[in-house]
Design a protein around this ligand. Structure first.
Ligand code: PMP
Length: 439
């Protein structure tokens, strides 16, 4: 019996023993291709010598110094490097221990900013129905995933949700992708007007939707229109790049490809690449200045903010992503992965859509390709696929609830950026083998 909580069904999980490159091995020496880094974490793969050396060196000099007394060289260097590579206008970094913490910091900073600028009535958050922003209460309330929210509903802060930008299901016949994007973006304006513009604090979205829908990219022009609407009504734009950031989509920040910069952004996962638990919230100079000139400090904090060892690991990771060219490699290899998936599954009767950006790819599973009808939710096709792919030695991220939190299934692929052409063949052939068994 395992005493670790949570463990799925008692002791049915293998014990991970070792990681090397794109592979994980269990204690029975079974090899698994890490096709999703769990959920888009392991961008460098496993056993990276440079990151390990950076962690070791930091541990040998300084493991911890509380941030109310000290800063540290590794945290400062990480913040400098993040800002040097951040979208225009982002100027300050708040280092935390993961994605949910980064989102909580983002929401609290947005709220404090509204108070500091003399607009305390701005407290409402608008997000999208197809979204996941974390599991702490504020982040959970922001996300649109109903089955995760419902059990905790009386504890949720006030949030409303608009339609996502989900062209596969949302774009009408005869409508261009651009027009569709403008139409769904305009839902934000309608919602701001419905709530009362002076009460809205922020709009929150993932540039490329991850866990809830399987790498759904926005159409051209969508985020530009969103930015315009936010500016018009004084609403902050918070982009959650916890999953899609850090080179995953082929650019260091996913929003670079949409030509917009947020007021606040959250990153995690690929930032530590699995070597250390770390996340960060970045904000604009304007927001920071309002706090500095107002009450003087951000009313927030956790014991492990700015952890020196986590920062040293992240600095080594992002140096490889930026200076080492690995984020660009994600773009090149991502295009190859997409065409290999299209070749193999483009005509598959149960694959409705193959989508994504960079090494962030999703396959939407449907019962009927023509009508896009999903499998009945109680068939839990994603769970069956997870079991089969895992048995075939492939870790991918199949999830249900793609369409509305309950119906629809998808598979998310987010392999390490070091993967080769041969690895792409391996992923596709293992997927094929698993699909053949399930369907
Ligand atoms: N935001 C997004 C977009 C995520 O995908 C996740 C994690 N799946 C989170 C926030 C929460 O991050 P964490 O699990 O590190 O708290």
């Amino acid at each position: 019996m395992s005493h670790i909580f949570p463990r799925h069904t008692k002791s049915d999980l293998p014990t991970a023993a070792r990681g090397e490159g794109v592979y994980l091995y269990d204690t029975d020496r079974k090899q698994y291709f890490d096709g999703s880094g769990g959920a888009a974490v392991s961008c460098l793969g496993h056993g990276d010598a440079d990151v390990t050396a950076a962690i070791k060196s930091q541990l040998e000099t300084l493991a911890f110094a509380h941030t109310s007394f000290f800063t540290s060289a590794s945290a400062e260097a990480l913040a400098d490097k993040l800002i040097a590579n951040a979208p225009e206008g982002l100027d300050r970094v708040y280092l935390v221990s993961g994605g949910s913490e980064a989102m909580e910091a983002a929401l609290k900073l947005a709220r404090q900013y509204c108070i500091e600028i003399g607009q305390p009535e701005r407290h409402r958050i608008i997000a999208r129905r197809q979204s996941y922003h974390g599991n702490t209460l504020g982040a959970l309330a922001t996300g649109g995933n109903m089955w995760r929210r419902e059990p905790f509903a009386p504890m949720m802060i006030e949030t409303t949700h608009i339609a996502p930008c989900y062209a596969y299901r949302g774009q009408a016949t005869g409508e261009t992708a651009f027009d569709y994007g403008q139409r769904v973006a305009n839902e934000l304006e309608q919602e701001i007007l419905r709530l009362g513009p002076e009460t809205v604090m922020a709009f929150v979205a993932e540039p490329v939707v991850g866990a809830t829908a399987g790498a759904v990219p926005p159409v051209d022009g969508y985020f530009k229109r969103i930015r315009e609407i936010c500016d018009q009504y004084g609403v902050l734009l918070i982009l959650d790049e916890v999953m899609c950031g850090m080179g995953r989509t082929g650019t260091f920040f996913a929003c670079e490809q949409d030509g917009v910069a947020p007021d606040i952004t959250a990153i995690a996962k690929g930032l530590g690449a699995g070597y250390q638990p770390i996340g960060a919230m970045l904000c604009s100079a304007e927001i920071y200045r309002a706090i500095e000139d107002g009450s003087g400090f951000f009313q927030h904090g956790h014991t492990y903010i700015g952890h020196p060892v986590a920062a040293a690991a992240a600095l080594a990771v992002i140096t490889k992503l930026t200076d080492g060219g690995l984020a660009k490699r994600a773009q090149v290899m991502g295009a190859k992965l997409q065409s290999a998936l299209e070749d193999a599954f483009g005509q598959h009767p149960h694959i409705g859509d193959i989508r994504g950006r960079g090494l962030f790819r999703g396959l939407e599973i449907v019962e009927d390709r023509e009508t896009k009808r999903p499998f009945a939710a109680d068939r839990s096709i994603h769970k069956v696929l997870k079991r089969e792919t895992f048995a075939a030695g492939l870790i991918c991220y199949p999830m249900g609830g793609t369409i509305d939190g309950r119906n629809g299934d998808h598979i998310l692929l987010a392999p390490p950026f070091i993967l080769t052409d041969a690895h792409i063949d391996e992923v596709v052939s293992k997927l094929k083998q698993s699909f053949d068994k399930v369907f």
